[in-house]
Design a protein around this ligand. Sequence first.
Ligand code: HEC
Ligand code: HEC
Length: 210
Amino acid sequence: MKRSLMVLALAASATAVLTGIVTAKDEANKDVLPAGSVSRTEGLEAWKRIEAVVTHPRCANCHVDAKAIPIWTPAGESKPRVHGMNVHGGDSRIGAEKIACATCHMTSTQANEPAPSPPRAGIDWQLAPVEFIWFGKSGAEICAQLRDPKRNGGRDAVGLLEHLRHDASLNGFIPHGWAPGAGRTTPPGTFEDHVKDVALWGAAGQPCPE
Ligand code: HEC
Ligand code: HEC
């Protein structure tokens, strides 16, 4: 009896995740602009705005290299520096080897509290996969990484839009960037502006600065 209840509970949560993915796909389809409908110049302008978002501390602080040292930019500061308390993401990227990120960063869809409370999101807190390095990289380098399916989780231009919508449906790290809790700066624009820019950039063929 207990066992069948567990199976039911697991099936229900799997359905919830699947429904999330399907809804995110539908929503992303509405965001997509026809390929070629946007000029290269407009695409490059959209990239400039995307670059200002992805290099902002609210985004880049988790997208770090294989050393797996998270970066933070506490309230009242604008420069990123090494996360306090000797925290290390490890190969697991979730801190499993030393102290798990989730020890302090709760998984919760509740709004982020003002600093210095640890930020939280609807998915388990962790560093981005090592191929997705943004911290310390130039805009041109990040642009090349983001349009390379070998280094972006196998995503084409539409797949990137789906990722944004899927992450938002889970109350994930990306919308968190614009709602980080009082006292912390936010990337320029809004989450919806960012989705529009990614759609424009995609329709222009994902052009990158030289
Ligand atoms: C708490 C750490 C964290 C923060 C903060 C964060 N990310 Fe990520 N990011 C991740 C993780 C983990 C993944 C891998 C998820 C996946 O591929 O399904 C990821 C993947 C991505 C991807 C997928 C493709 C790629 O090449 O990177 C994009 C796009 C992305 N993040 C954008 C953003 C943006 C924009 C922000 C800021 C508004 C942001 N992230 C902030 C952890 C973070
Ligand atoms: C001992 C508690 C603790 C642990 C463990 C911890 N953090 Fe943090 N983290 C914090 C606190 C507190 C802040 C907020 C600092 C502030 O804004 O004043 C923070 C902030 C951050 C930020 C900055 C977010 C931003 O928007 O600038 C990142 C990124 C981050 N942590 C990543 C991680 C990762 C990845 C792990 C696991 C490898 C981790 N943290 C483990 C306490 C912790």
